[in-house]
Design a protein around this ligand. Sequence first.
Ligand code: 5GP
Length: 197
Amino acid sequence: MANKEGILLVLSGPSGAGKGTICKSLLREAEIQYSISATTRSPRTGEKDGREYFFLTKEDFENKIKEDALLEWAKVYDNYYGTPKKFVEDMLLDGKDCILEIDPQGAHKVRTNKPDGVLVFIAPPSMHELENRITNRGTENLLEIEKRLSCAKEEMLCMHNYDYVVINDQVEVATEKIKAILVAEKCRVQRNKACYL
Ligand code: 5GP
C-alpha cells in the first residue's frame, strides 16, 4: 500500500476569535504537528525564538520569500508572517498531520499553493464578544487594538473561502469539532483511493 500523505489543517479567522487557544488545545489532544511560523515582529515577554516563532529580521524574511522557502506569507499589522515550507512538506510526506495557525490572507494562499489543505474558519460567538476579546487581552496598545478591530470585521467576510466554520464558544467543544473534521477528512475517497491502486 502507498503511504498516505498527512493532512494539512489550517486554522484561521479574525484576530480575537481564539484560534491560538484552540490550536494549543488540539496539540494537547490530537496527534498533529505544529508548524512554527517565521515573523519579523518583536518577541513579546516570555516568547522564545524557535518556540512561538522564528523571529527574523526584515531582510532575512525577504530572502526567504526570494528563495521560495515559504508555503505562504502575509503582511499582518505591518509585520511579515510566514510558514516555512520544508517542515510542512516533510511532515506531510511522512504521513503526519500538520497544523497551521495563520491569518486569512495566508489561508487564502494555502488554498492556491496546497489545494488539498483543509481550511477551518474559527469564528467568535458574536461580533460583540470579538471586540471584548481584542480589547481585553492586554498584549496590544490602543492603536494596535483599533487596527485589529477594523481588520477583524473585514476578515469575518472571508468565511465563504473556507471548508468548515467552527464557532469558538467553548474551547473544548470547538476542539472536539475540529478532531471530528480531521476524522472525516481522513475518510475522504480522494485521500484513500491511491492506497488500493
Ligand atoms: P501575533 O502577532 O498575535 O502572534 O499574530 C498575529 C496574526 O498573525 C495572527 O492572526 C496569526 O494567526 C497570524 N500568523 C501567525 N503566523 C502566521 C503565518 O505563518 N502566516 C500568516 N499568514 N499569518 C500568521
